[in-house]
Design a protein around this ligand. Structure first.
Ligand code: ES4
Ligand code: ZN
Length: 325
């Protein structure tokens, strides 16, 4: 039987976490007070009671409105550094963190403020041995022109950004909408990944576009490829990483996709376990490993394979992988 202690002590990488999704109500309230932002209440209990969501759209509404309190470089630093301390506590050696610059530039916070705060926190995490990298996401419910501008804004900071991702509301926003932006990102030397959220309308179509046309190196979520044996073969053969997030899937789809993860492990797919938006879905990475292990009775071998997959599909050199594994 796998214990919580075994999970806590297992070295791992986290590849699917949104920095904006690590904003706990406590820090939100503290920043609201500091920046004199009206968030409707000055009580932590009352604030926590406003966190209602059971679909992607209802979740995203709360997630974006919470960001109003992030104003200065030090706010972005505090958000990321608070999360990175959790990363260390969770025995995560390497983390690739999503951030959503358009969620900030659209409310008149400069790209520079965001990237400087986040990248300084990543730099400071080296002090406790955590290797932290950034993945910039395009918001798929924004225009492709807005994505182009965001990639342009990133140019002076390219050394601080490892890859490009795609997140936010997937409905009617297929991968192909961003084909040019992702082609340009690859030409500029970025790694690429995309969300393929579970239980979306047109999900399999979107996954095919992402894998076969855009050529992503990983898929975020994407575990419903189990429906399609050809896609499972493709992902397994091409060693595409799938970043599954059990607590998030449980919250938004009422199903943590444990059966899918087990099937994918059996088929040699490089699936990993991640936290997505830990401040919103009830837990950091070890809580997610524990949820799926407990509810789906994973063996120690399966848990170790999940952690191994996280390093194998991380965007790090082979020698770095050998150091961790
Ligand atoms: C997200 Cl769970 C999820 N799905 C899509 N976009 C997101 N951004 C933050 N969390
Ligand atoms: Zn996500």
């Amino acid at each position: 039987r796998v214990t919580r202690n075994f999970i806590d002590n297992l070295p791992k990488a986290e590849l699917h976490v949104h920095l904006e999704g690590t904003l706990e109500p406590e820090l939100r309230l503290k920043l609201a007070r500091k920046n004199h932002i009206d968030i409707g209440t000055d009580s932590l209990e009352t604030l926590k009671a406003t966190y209602h969501y059971d679909t992607l759209a209802s979740f995203l509404a709360v997630y974006y409105s919470a960001l109003d309190v992030l104003q200065t470089e030090s706010d972005f630093y505090d958000l990321a550094f608070t999360y990175l301390k959790k990363v260390h506590e969770n025995n995560v050696q390497h983390v690739e963190m999503f951030f959503d610059p358009q969620a900030h530039t659209s409310r008149k916070i400069s790209f520079e403020t965001v990237i400087n705060g986040f990248s300084k926190a990543a730099e400071d995490a080296k002090k406790f041995g955590v290797d932290a990298q950034l993945i910039m996401c395009f918001l798929r419910d924004f225009s492709k022109e807005s994505a182009r501008k965001s990639l342009e804004a990133a140019k002076p900071y390219q050394d601080k950004i490892l890859g490009i991702g795609l997140d936010s509301d997937e409905h009617n926003n297929p991968p192909l909408k961003f084909a040019t932006a992702f082609d340009n990102a690859v030409s500029e030397g970025y790694h690429i990944t995309m969300h393929a959220d579970v239980d979306q309308v047109d999900s399999i179509d979107h996954i095919k576009q992402a894998l076969e046309i855009i050529g992503v190196e990983r898929l975020d979520h994407g575990t419903n490829i189990v429906e399609n044996p050809d896609l499972v073969d493709f992902v397994s053969t091409n060693k595409i990483g799938l970043t599954s997030c059990p607590n998030s899937n449980q919250f938004l789809s009422q199903d943590m996709k444990g059966a899918e993860v087990k099937t994918l492990l059996d088929r040699d797919v490089k699936v990993s376990i991640n936290s997505d938006d830990p401040a919103y879905f009830g837990g950091y990475i070890n809580d997610n490993y524990w949820s799926i292990t407990k509810n789906y009775e994973l063996t120690q071998e399966q848990v170790v394979q999940l952690a191994k997959n996280s390093f194998e599909t991380a965007w790090i050199s082979d020698s770095q992988k050998n150091n961790y594994m």
